[in-house]
Design a protein around this ligand. Structure first.
Ligand SMILES: Nc1nc2c(ncn2[C@@H]2O[C@H](COP(=O)(O)OP(=O)(O)OP(=O)(O)O)[C@@H](O)[C@H]2O)c(=O)[nH]1
Length: 786
């Protein structure tokens, strides 16, 4: 006998449900895989009425049978269960403890009722075993049993339609056709006699039961015939659940995977003596089972290696084909659930599926968000690179922005599509919005940087174009300085603004932004001029002094002046100062707006012609602002001008004094004749000496020689130079140099005397040889030389 047909004790005589036994049984017969394609058959009947014998012959099971030689004692206690062998679909058969058993006593019908209710609740077909001779008998053994069956049936709120197959045992010669009506009449009588709830008073028996009748010969007396009849009956159990089969119109079947839980619960309810609400029970079974299946699927998902890998990887890196991978795992899990929960209540099943999906998606959501984060950051990075490349490749800013944005938003969308999990309605719109903001922020940053770069370059050009010319204009500060600066500023500003405006067209700026930038550049140009003016105003004193010195120390031909005594230092000083004052007035204020002011006239009147200056003018210079000149345009305030002028005058005074001194010294140097009175005195007092000289001219010669000697000493000793440091140091210096100078003069004189002779000898060697011949005596030679 195969393992399939090994019977299991499902409920023992004490009413204890064998849960583990049922689970093991279900596993061994693989009942869970059957879905709705299975049938449950039970048998009820009096004790020792050959129930087990019939089942074993009918379904090839191994229920314990009574040993015929031991007498009619109870063999089956509680409920046993086995799988019918060789019958399709999978059919489970339950052998119930016999009714009216002597062992429990006549009054103990509790278990009988409980087991009958259990059998009715879980079975598609209930065999009611009865002796043939009981038919039509008032005291028939099966009558209480049927009463019980019908009574308990009322406790099922909405009973399933069960097939009651009456198996008449030990059939007599009376043909079945005659017996059946009697039996059906008995059954109807019993049905009618059973008290019913109000809802079912008019309910027909046929609404709850299919009644079938079969008669079998005695197993003990006509075994051969019995076997034949059982074999033919067996055929009726094949495909019993198909339409037209024994249980073809059954209702409310619990899916096979819920059979264990369902039967446990039913038994529990029965034991608690409660009524059985089968539809509610079915929902309850479906709820529990669907929950179990969903949990199973969820647990298997959490353990799924592919999911674990994806979940781990996505924390640090993007996963290619993320959506497909997750969708495929979910497909497997969800279709597994659908398959296993297929036969449970539709409502319960789909509600549980929804719950399960939510549970799954809660776990997957962080990974999905992570993935979107990767897509966002990776695409943004790529965008930045492409954008930089496009800009450095010479593409215009607006074109690069448009093409790169479009291309990388498309890439982002593709990435999101790749990450999309088909089981969800997750929308990447928020992340896309963020991504767009990222792009915009980057474009704005780059644009700001590029614009400021561009602006800086134009500003630099302006600086270069303005600074040096302005410096030069200030160097030559005069009446036309500010008009020239204004012209220069306008020309350079226009040039820069036009260049800048052309460059800005690439940035797709709106008019307002563009105008702002252009006016910014114009302002910068003005700032450069103002800054330069301020800078130069800080050095105005140096310029003034330079200008003064230049004009004072050079003549009209720019030649350095030599103070000979004929120059009009006063006039020169006045001119130089006037030029410096002009410079001060030019530098005193910024005159870019061409507003007339009276700075120059005020300064001239107040500083140059101080004596003639009115009190009002003096007061004007005590102010810290110029009339008609705003503070922002003031470079040097009147007070500062006054103090600068004072400083200028003080610092240039020395130059003038020097010039005057030089002029006087020069005058003194040129006037070597003594004053006329001294000449007359000399003539009067020296008349005698003069007459003496005229009388003896040798005196004249002597005086001349003495003069020559004194002159020689004067020149050699550089007497005027020596006395430069004072009389005493000069005297000392001359006394030390006197002797060497005398010797020097003597040596020179002697050299001069010898010089012509030696020169002659070099020019005429013949003469030299004759001379050498003639110079036998040194005295002769000396005489010759003399
Ligand atoms: N007269 C008669 N006796 C039978 C028939 N079939 C079986 N028996 C005998 O009846 C006795 C009881 O057989 P079981 O099959 O054990 O009866 P049961 O109804 O299962 O008994 P419990 O499980 O104790 O209720 C055995 O001795 C059988 O040989 C039959 O068709 N007619």
């Amino acid at each position: 006998m195969s393992e399939d047909c090994c019977s299991t004790h499902l409920i023992d005589g004490d009413g204890t449900f064998n849960t583990s036994g049922l689970e093991a049984f279900m596993k061994s017969v693989k009942l869970s895989e059957c879905g709705l394609s299975y049938a449950v058959v039970s048998i009820m009947g009096p004790q020792s009425s050959g129930k087990s014998t019939l089942l074993n012959h009918l379904f090839h099971t191994d229920f314990k049978e009574m040993d015929a030689f031991k007498g009619r004692t109870q063999t089956t206690k509680g409920i046993w269960m086995a799988r019918c062998t060789g019958i399709e679909p999978c059919t489970i058969v339950m052998d119930l403890e016999g009714t009216d058993g002597r062992e429990r006593g006549e009054d103990d019908t509790a278990f009988e009722k409980q087991s009958a209710l259990f059998a009715l609740a879980v079975s598609d077909i209930v065999l009611i075993n009865m002796w043939c001779h009981d038919i039509g008998r008032e005291q028939a053994a099966n009558k209480p049993l049927l009463k019980t069956v019908f009574q308990v049936m009322m406790r099922l709120f909405s009973p399933r339609k069960t097939t009651l197959l009456f198996v008449i045992r030990d059939k007599t010669r009376t043909p079945l056709e005659n017996l059946e009506p009697v039996l059906r009449e008995d059954i109807q009588k019993i049905w009618d006699s059973v008290p019913k709830p109000d809802a079912h008073t008019e309910t027909l028996l046929s609404e709850f039961f299919n009644v079938e009748v079969v008669a079998l010969s005695s197993y003990e007396e006509k075994e051969e015939l019995f076997r034949e009849q059982v074999a033919s009956l067996r055929q009726r159990f094949n495909k019993s659940i198909a339409p037209g089969g024994l249980a073809g119109d059954r209702r409310g079947v619990v899916p096979a995977s819920g059979f264990s839980f369902s039967s446990q619960e039913i038994w529990k309810v029965i034991k608690e003596n409660k009524d059985l609400d089968l539809p509610a029970h079915k929902v309850m079974v479906a709820t529990v089972r669907c929950e179990e299946i969903a949990n199973e699927k969820f647990a298997s998902f959490l353990m799924n290696e592919e999911w674990i890998e994806v979940d781990e990887t996505v924390k640090s890196h993007p996963v290619t084909g993320f959506g497909k991978k997750i969708s495929s795992i979910l497909d497997t899990c969800f279709s597994g659930y659908d398959m296993e929960a297929a036969y449970f209540e539709e409502g319960v099943r789909s509600a549980k599926r929804k719950q399960m999906e939510e549970k799954f998606l809660q776990v997957i959501q962080p990974a999905y968000q992570c993935m979107l984060g990767h897509i966002r950051s990776a695409t943004l990075q790529k965008f930045k690179e492409a954008f930089d490349k496009a800009l450095s490749g010479g593409q215009s800013f607006a074109a690069a922005t448009q093409s790169c944005c479009a291309s990388y938003i498309k890439q982002f969308d593709e990435g999101c599509a790749d990450a999309f999990i088909k089981h969800t309605n997750w929308d990447a719109a928020r992340v896309k919005e963020k991504f767009r903001r990222d792009l915009d922020a980057h474009v704005t940053d780059v644009r700001t940087a590029k614009l400021s770069e561009l602006k800086a370059s134009f500003e630099k050009k302006l600086n270069d174009a303005l600074t040096a010319p302005i410096e030069a204009l200030f160097d030559n500060a005069g009446d036309d300085t500010w008009p020239s600066i204004r012209k220069l500023l306008q020309r350079e500003s226009e040039k820069a603004v036009s260049g800048f405006s052309t460059a800005l067209t690439a940035f797709d700026l709106n008019e307002e932004e563009k105008d702002k930038m252009l006016s910014g550049l114009k302002d910068h140009a003005r700032d450069v001029v103002e800054g330069k003016a301020k800078e130069d105003a800080g050095r105005v004193i140096i310029r003034m002094k330079d200008r003064f010195t230049t004009l004072f120390s050079h003549d009209n031909d720019s030649m350095p002046r030599v103070w000979t005594g004929n120059e009009d230092i006063r006039a020169i000083t006045k001119t130089a100062r006037a030029a410096s004052l002009k410079l001060l007035s030019v530098m005193a204020a910024i005159r870019l707006d061409n507003v007339a002011d009276n700075i120059e006239s005020t300064l001239e009147l107040a500083l140059v012609d101080t004596k003639a200056a009115s009190k009002a003018l003096q007061d004007a210079l005590a102010s810290s602002s110029w009339e008609k000149v705003p503070a922002s345009q003031t470079l040097i305030t009147p007070v500062q001008c006054k103090s600068l002028w004072r400083q200028f005058k003080t610092e240039t005074e020395y130059t003038v004094t020097q010039a005057i001194s030089a002029q006087e010294a020069s005058k003194r140097g040129n006037n070597w004749l003594p004053p006329p009175w001294a000449i007359i005195a000399l003539l009067v007092l020296g008349f005698n000496e003069f007459m003496t000289l005229l009388r003896n001219p040798l005196w004249l010669l002597l005086i001349f020689v003495v003069y020559l000697l004194v002159k020689a000493f004067w020149v050699q000793l550089d007497v005027s130079h020596e006395f430069r440091n004072g009389f005493l140091p000069g005297l000392f210096s001359i006394s030390t140099k006197f002797l060497p100078t005398v010797l020097n003069i003597l040596r020179r004189l002697s050299e001069q005397n010898q010089g012509p002779a030696s020169n002659d000898s070099r020019r005429n060697p013949a003469l030299t040889s004759s001379n050498s011949f003639a110079s036998d005596s040194p005295s002769a030679a000396h005489a010759k030389a003399q």
